[in-house]
Structures are given as structure tokens and as C-alpha cells.
Design a protein around this ligand. Structure first.
Ligand SMILES: C[S@@+](CC[C@H](N)C(=O)[O-])C[C@H]1O[C@@H](n2cnc3c(N)ncnc32)[C@H](O)[C@@H]1O
Length: 218
């Protein structure tokens, strides 16, 4: 299925597609946070030979099945499931909710599982980094898995990034994630990032979509 996309998103999708072309076929892809797949996952699904979608909320399944026909849809808590599954993937997207959701925060727990367990010896990791989170105290969540407390969110961000993280920049993002992936035993062979246009009126551009082509070094 072809969906219209903004310029920045087209650039990012093209960069991910080009990274995928270097993968050994057949390729198995995973979306750890699928929703209905209509925003991002739909673009990745046709870059791989097989697509697996994990999602905690069943209400999204009919839309997901319609958007990504042929995907294997699993009703799981992705972080918990990542710790026990034997399946390994060539391509992993972590299209995480922002803020704290349940016990988790952004992709902080997901990337540990993706990098240390789920990815094959070579593959691609895709994740959004929020470099400029909202400071407003009111951010209603879309569902019960959405974020509620900003103060707790900023504390989790500072702990993960090892510094106050109310504002980050793209140069820091690239060097931080290369070092983080190395902690999980992965060399980063290529790192692409695209700063998306803000969809929040009056708020600066905040979401950097990242794609890392990685190879296991230990
Ligand atoms: C940003 S949306 C995903 C958007 C989607 N990838 C797309 O392309 O449209 C995040 C999704 O994560 C789901 N989610 C939240 N916590 C989860 C968890 N622990 N395990 C699996 N899915 C979770 C939410 O229900 C929500 O559908």
C-alpha cells in the first residue's frame, strides 16, 4: 500500500530502505510497538520479507491487519516478551510511545532487549529520539499505555542519557547511541538520522528518527 508522506519522512524512509538493501535475504522484520501500523510500520513492512508486529492493545488489531496484510500479529507486552522469545530479527523498529508508559520509558528498555537479544548478528535498528520533549504539564495520552507524569519522565531521561535531557541535539544523539549500542555488543556500521517537522503547534522540531545498521562484535 502507498501512503502520502511529508518530505522528512520520505527522506528517512529512503535511508532505511537503502540500509535494508544490504541485508541478507530472506529478512524478518519486527515492530515492537505496532498500533495500527499506519504511521511508520507500514513503510517498513515492504522492506522485509516477513513482518512480525507486537502490540499490547488488541483494539488496534483489525486496523493493523488491514494496513499490513500478511503480518504476524502478536498480543504481547513487547519488553516482557523480548526477554523470553527465541525469535531473532534482521530489522527491528521501536516506534515507542513518548514519556513513561506502564513500567517503561520511551525506547530505553526496548533498545536494550532489541540490541542485546532480538537482533541477529547483523541487522538494522530503528527508533525515534525525542530531543525536545513537551514541557507542558498536560499531555493527555491516547490510551492507557500513554505517558502521564512529566517530572518522572524527565528523571528517567536524565538517568538514561547520563545528563539533564530536557534538550538534546542531533550530534549528541549520534554519538550517544553508537556508544550505547557498543555497550550491548554491537558495532554501528552506519547511522542515519532525520529531524522531523514538529506536529505540535508552537513547539520546536523534536523527533529525530534514527536508523542504525549494526553488527555484533562480541
Ligand atoms: C507510537 S504508537 C505506534 C505507532 C505505529 N508503529 C504506527 O506505525 O502507526 C505506540 C504503540 O505502543 C503500544 N504499546 C505501549 N506499551 C506497549 C508494550 N509494553 N508492549 C507493546 N506495545 C505497547 C501502544 O498501545 C501504541 O499502540
Amino acid at each position: 500500500m502507498t501512503v502520502p508522506v511529508a518530505k522528512e519522512l520520505s527522506l528517512f524512509i529512503a535511508a532505511v530502505r537503502s540500509q535494508c538493501e544490504g541485508l541478507r535475504r530472506p529478512t524478518r522484520g519486527l515492530e515492537m510497538f505496532a498500533r495500527e501500523g499506519g504511521w511508520m510500520t507500514i513503510h517498513y513492512a515492504n522492506m522485509v520479507d516477513e513482518m512480525v508486529c507486537w502490540e499490547i492493545n488488541e483494539k488496534y488489531f483489525p486496523g493493523l491487519a488491514a494496513n499490513i496484510p500478511g503480518a504476524t500479529i502478536c498480543h504481547v507486552d513487547s519488553i516482557a516478551h523480548a526477554k523470553v522469545t527465541d525469535r531473532r530479527f534482521d530489522f527491528i523498529s521501536m516506534d515507542n510511545p513518548q514519556g513513561i508508559f506502564g513500567d517503561y520509558c520511551e525506547h530505553f528498555e526496548a533498545i536494550e532487549q532489541a540490541a542485546s537479544r532480538l537482533i541477529k548478528d547483523a541487522g538494522i535498528l530503528v527508533f525515534p529520539v525525542n530531543i525536545h520533549p513537551y514541557l507542558s504539564k498536560q499531555t493527555p495520552s491516547n490510551d492507557q499505555y500513554g505517558m502521564t507524569s512529566h517530572d518522572a519522565w524527565f528523571a528517567r531521561r536524565a538517568a538514561f542519557y547520563g545528563r539533564p535531557a530536557r534538550q538534546l541535539d542531533v550530534v549528541f544523539v549520534a554519538s550517544f547511541y553508537k556508544a550505547k549500542l557498543a555497550e550491548y555488543g554491537l558495532d554501528t556500521l552506519a547511522f542515519h538520522s532525520t529531524l522531523m517537522k514538529s506536529t505540535v503547534s508552537g513547539h520546536p522540531d523534536y523527533l529525530v528518527r534514527c536508523a542504525a545498521r549494526v553488527e555484533r562484535c562480541r
